[in-house]
Design a binder for this molecule. Structure first.
Ligand code: COI
Length: 361
């Protein structure tokens, strides 16, 4: 049985004209819908007090644990308008399962996957007019969970809040789809064996920001991290997994061996690529193999993937003292083919042969 929600609709809904203006060019993560979901957890009562309520600020005690010790996790998935006008989400159950794994790692309570999915469904259904009906636009759904007990002792919080907000979204990178430039972080790492790299927790992203700043200072849009032990193996970008395309048509992506996020998009691409005649090898790829492979022509394309970035080509790799171009400045053929195949399933233009799409309303 899934949790029951009390529903308090906003008394000040966004006008049709304001919403249309916001949907015209939403960018990523700046515009939010009219409502949000909250569910509370305590050790005594478990998950309770599930609410759909107007989107708005939270009032939290300055001693609230999340502010101090960062005990929080999040997820991201998208809702798409289908050709018949209905709305579907892409693999929310996979996000719900990963959310449980993240919760476990951060000593947070596990929310049942059915409640995770129905909380998102309720918000999407309530704010369905916010799902953009336009090419390459979607509603980005952001579930998150945080320690909300006001207590400065270092231990798992005895009060936890789960929330879902939603944000109409266009392209993740400013300037739309284009091959992005990547800075190799040689000094900083993102995650270490035994750490939280495989969990989707705020701290991993906070840890990426200084390296991301270094990337920007060096004229790059994103940063790529190497493993923390040998500083040799490619792990992932600041917030995306990475795939390499080889001249024999095969693909490789680093294995998610505990320090890399198990991307839902990464996983779908594995299946879609194999179906299109591109065998995928999950194996370590060293930074030397990347550099040498691009130079020799053995690596023909490199792309990043994630819910927000979908499939984004990488056009340039730069490091202290050098750089190289990947491809010819355009999206590579295999990258484009896989991107198109994924988007076709998500927007209902191709059959959903894997049961990835979840009907919402
Ligand atoms: C995603 O694409 O799911 C991400 O994690 C990127 C997000 C942090 C903006």
């Amino acid at each position: 049985m899934t949790i029951e929600f009390t529903r308090t609709p906003t008394s000040t809904p966004t006008s049709d004209a304001d919403r249309a203006a916001k949907l015209a060019n939403p960018g990523f993560g700046r515009v939010f819908t009219d409502h949000m979901v909250t569910i509370t957890w305590t050790p005594q009562a478990g998950w309770h007090d599930a609410q759909l309520r107007p989107y708005g600020p939270l009032s939290l005690d300055p001693a609230t644990a999340i502010f101090h010790y960062g005990q929080s996790i999040f997820e991201g998935y998208k809702a798409y308008v289908q050709p018949d006008g209905s709305i579907k989400t892409f693999r929310p159950d996979a996000n719900g399962r990963r959310f449980q794994r993240s919760a476990k790692r951060l000593a947070l309570p596990e929310l049942p996957v059915d409640d995770f999915v129905s909380a998102g469904d309720l918000l999407i259904e309530t704010d369905r007019s916010w799902v953009p009906d336009a090419e390459e636009k979607s509603l980005y759904v952001r579930p998150f969970m945080m320690a909300t007990e006001a207590f400065l002792g270092v231990r798992p919080s005895n009060l936890v809040t789960f929330m879902v907000i939603a944000s109409p979204a266009g392209a993740y990178f400013a300037g739309g789809l284009h091959p992005v430039s990547i800075w190799l972080s040689e000094e900083y790492t993102r995650a270490a064996p035994g750490g939280t790299g495989a969990a989707k927790c705020g701290g991993n992203y906070a840890a990426s920001l200084l390296a991301q700043q270094e990337a920007s200072a060096n004229g790059c849009e994103q940063v790529v991290f190497l493993d923390a032990v040998e500083k040799l193996w490619v792990e992932e970008l600041g917030g995306m997994n990475v795939y390499f395309v080889f001249d024999d048509g095969s693909l490789a992506t680093p294995p998610t061996s505990g320090s890399i996020l198990e991307g839902v998009t990464r996983d779908a691409i594995h299946t879609l690529a194999a179906e299109r005649g591109h065998p995928v090898h999950e194996r370590p790829v060293s930074i030397d193999e990347w550099r040498d492979g691009v130079t020799s022509g053995r690596i023909t394309e490199v792309f990043a993937c994630g819910t927000a970035a979908v499939v984004t080509p990488l056009g340039r790799l730069a490091w202290r003292g050098g750089e190289l171009s990947i491809g010819d400045g355009h999206t590579g053929k295999v990258t484009q083919d896989i991107r198109d195949a994924l988007l076709a399933v998500q927007y209902g233009q191709a059959p959903d042969t894997h049961g990835w799409m979840h009907a919402v309303c």
